[in-house]
Design a protein around this ligand. Structure first.
Ligand code: UDX
Ligand code: UDX
Length: 426
């Protein structure tokens, strides 16, 4: 099938590449000229495991094309998949201007039947409004179907996720598009979930806010474990062995970040508030997340009471490992707090650097700890687990490690003579 994917970002490019790999002919369009130029030269502008290779294969075999000709490609494709970003506004609600502009372009370029698929995360009720918007612009009802098809792609494993989905959600207004929709993805063992437009939108928000809830629950439990001098890891293991609960998303630490969980939580709270629904649980989930950094700075002060003038090294900048994405990264928020407290900050990340005032970035993890009073591990990259701790100790001024992701072996570092502070650990 011929498909136009609008938006070549993390979600759009991954989806476009997978669809081409499934055998479709895909035109991936974006208004960002530099991005399209880079893609045409065979270069993915961000890191996503396996994407570069798969994109090259499908670009070279002629199934995946890149263009800035948004209008023409929308006009010529019977299927248009929208994957533009829906960033948060100051008040937490979603900025839908990108999606509106794409739908306007579609409205003025419908000649024959078009299947419009919304992949971008949009607040409940949006697809129904987009449907009405198309009618108001004079597009005949028979000429299009609109479908809400949310993504559940984790950065770092996005290609694996799209190739091995556990569910494929389609929100539709009628049964008309179902036959085509079933040809879109490789279903594998996944189940199809057909629901209304708004039902699909809410499945997406419910999924991400539930994951956020598990993390904040884990973080609150870790705080309680700290108070009772109990190892939270044991509690998480005990919880996780119950299949009704499971161990996923129970890692306590600096809290959740990234471009989705915090944004989706705020957007769902905002959407509920507009319908006069109180969201006490979601409010608590956010409040816990918002105070995680304070909790760890308080921990650090138990061994380093005055942070002013201290040199602190932070390992890990991205919002989680296996990505170069810094959007809403707890590590960056932590660094900004350290700077506000008068610290000098050194950073090291295996994949990225971030220019910040009063921060020195290093390419070498051992160089980065030179003369530091403390080392904070903010993202659980594997190489931190495997590092040479005697080398680290010999370069630091004081021997303090705050493992804010519980990712290194505390016995090894304690044997090396470090003061080790972990998450929910006596
Ligand atoms: C996606 C989703 O679409 C978002 O709703 C979801 O919640 C998170 O994942 P993401 O892929 O991360 O967003 O966004 P980004 O990497 O910023 O890519 C969006 C792309 O759309 C950009 O390349 C931008 O240039 C492009 N764009 C934006 C258009 O092509 N047209 C527009 O009108 C606006
Ligand atoms: C998320 C969803 O998981 C995915 O299905 C899709 O909807 C996009 O949004 P992503 O943003 O890539 O994916 O990251 P995710 O793996 O969900 O992690 C989000 C944050 O939670 C990270 O900052 C991570 O460090 C944190 N996290 C995760 C924890 O703090 N503890 C955990 O146990 C798991």
């Amino acid at each position: 099938m011929r498909i136009c994917v609008v938006g070549a970002g993390y979600v759009g490019l991954t989806t476009a590449t997978a669809l081409a790999d499934f055998g479709h002919e895909v035109q991936c369009v974006d208004i960002d000229q530099a991005k399209i130029e880079s893609l045409r030269q065979g270069k993915v502008p961000f890191y996503e495991q396996g994407l570069q290779e798969l994109m090259n294969i499908n670009h070279q075999n002629g199934r995946l094309h890149f263009s800035i000709q948004v209008e023409e490609n929308i006009r010529d494709s019977p299927i248009v998949l929208i994957a533009v970003d829906t960033p948060p506004k100051e008040d937490g609600s979603s900025n839908l201007s990108n999606i509106h502009s794409v739908v306007e372009t579609i409205a003025s370029n419908i000649k024959g039947y078009k299947l419009i698929i919304t992949k971008s995360t949009v607040p409940p009720g949006t697809n129904a409004l987009l449907y009405q918007m198309l009618l108001d612009k004079g597009v005949e009802e028979d000429l299009f179907d609109i479908v809400s098809n949310p993504e559940f792609l984790r950065e770092g494993t996005a290609l694996w996720d799209i190739k091995h989905p556990n569910k494929i959600v389609f929100g539709t207004r009628s049964e008309r598009p179902i036959k085509i929709l079933k040809k879109l993805y490789q279903k594998g063992k996944a189940s199809y979930i057909f629901t209304s437009l708004t039902g699909a939108e809410l499945i997406k928000y419910a999924s991400n806010t539930f994951l956020a809830t598990k993390i904040s629950f884990a973080n609150e439990m870790a705080r309680i474990c700290d108070a009772f001098e109990v190892n939270y890891i044991d509690v998480a293991k005990g919880l996780g062995t119950d299949p009704r609960i499971n161990r996923h998303f129970l890692n306590a630490g600096l809290g959740f970040g990234g471009s989705c969980l915090p944004k989706d939580l705020c957007a769902l709270k905002d959407a509920a508030m507009r319908q006069n629904v109180e969201t006490k649980l979601l409010d608590a989930v956010m409040a816990i997340n918002d105070t995680q950094i304070d909790i760890y700075l308080k921990k650090l002060r138990t061994v380093l009471p005055n942070l002013e003038g201290k040199q602190i090294t932070v390992w890990g900048l991205t919002f989680k490992p296996h990505t170069d994405d810094l959007r809403t990264s707890p590590a960056i928020a932590l660094i900004k707090q350290l700077i506000r407290k008068g610290c000098y900050v050194h950073t090291y990340d295996p994949m990225v650097q971030q220019e910040l005032a009063n921060v020195s970035n290093f390419n070498d993890q051992y160089e980065s700890v030179k003369n530091s009073d403390a080392l904070i591990i903010a993202t659980e990259w594997e190489q931190f687990h495997e590092c040479d701790w005697s080398e680290v100790k010999s370069r630091m001024k004081a021997s303090i490690i705050l493992d804010a992701r519980n990712c290194i072996d505390e016995k090894i570092v304690r044997n090396e003579g470090f003061i080790y502070l972990g998450v929910g650990k006596p």
